[in-house]
Design a protein around this ligand. Sequence first.
Ligand code: NDP
Ligand code: MG
Length: 392
Amino acid sequence: MSSRRKRRVVLLGSTGSIGLSTLRVAENLPDDIEIVGLTACSSVTKLAEQAIATGVKNVAIYDESKAKELRGLLPPGVKIHIGAEGLDEISQLTEADIVLIAIVGTAGLQPALAAIDAGKDLAIASKEILVMAGEIITARATQKGVRILPVDSEHNAIFQCLEGHRGPDSEISRLILTASGGPFRETPTEELWNVTTEMALKHPTWDMGPKITIDSATLFNKGLEMIEARWLFGIGMDRIEAVIHPQSIVHSMVEFTDGSVLAQLSRTDMGFPIQYALTYPSRLKGTLKPLDFTELSKLEFSTPRLADFPALSLARTAGLTGGTLPAVLNAANEVAVASFRAGKIRFPEIWATVASVMESHETVTNPTLGQILSADRGSRVAAKQFTHACGE
Ligand code: NDP
Ligand code: MG
């Protein structure tokens, strides 16, 4: 008889790219994964369809003005949790074992803390919340004895590579995060000024939501991931590096002090890390296809163009400095990406916005959650001022 227990999952951000991949994984493993809660920001039609298909009894909608419309689309008996409070409530559902956070940006932070307080395990895709408040989230999770399982493919890969490691952390020389390099990996520096939103939204290897796709083009995604790794694995920034790997087959690596490197490989499908996070520590036969080595002609690696893509250096500075600075980097980047998508600033001005806001920030060390939230708000105001000035 199997000793496996069905995981009952609340899925925050179910209408997004990670949300849809999670529902696909759950559908393929009905004996092992049960979705018990779904949430969206404002996509009520999609959310209602998902609620009907999965039969959940609880949904949450962040945009309060959409709640009435959602009520009309749902069968009776489905409870609607509304607004920021609603996200906290659904994250604490009695019947849930684990909360998967796939909300883009920082709106998943309070629900993550609510889930931890209720003793739920977390599966985190939302890297922004770990960048902003990684120390607080991981400390509270340890205190409450709940697990944090990484969904981001690089971190899931490192998590897998570290699983067999029984020695002290000092035996880990480096965490090596792979980056596809994005669509502009080989674009000459001066041409980066001509990059349009449309060009930046075409990722060469992954199909993802728009914000992370732009982040992959600037390399801020990898910068955010370096800080994310710092908190998930408790390894100093000086031992976290990024390497360009255009094929996105090796999802990340761990180098140990004896010189051995462990890597995790799979096709570019977020189903792999999502499934592993939700079924950990079991490896289950789903419908994900393994690699076909007869079709893999080459795996390439190179050094990132640090001077042309300043995101990695900015993230390293933020990670090394710590305190409120990572939250500042993250908030300024969110505003800059939104301004770029709205056609208000040009592509290299995303980096300039973040650099300027970071420079003018006075870092608070060992910040409280309140100080982090205040740094986040202040940086958004500063970033908006900077982007307005760029557009003039
Ligand atoms: P999407 O933009 O595709 O989806 C975002 C989801 O978040 C949607 O369900 C959206 O609802 C919801 N949402 C947005 N704002 C709010 C809010 N204020 N309150 C509540 N819900 C909100 O994003 P992705 O799925 O691409 O990314 C989600 C997270 O996962 C990001 O942090 C990203 O960095 C991370 N990630 C994504 C990967 C990918 O392959 N896509 C890979 C690794 C990490 P609605 O539909 O109503 O707007
Ligand atoms: Mg990633």
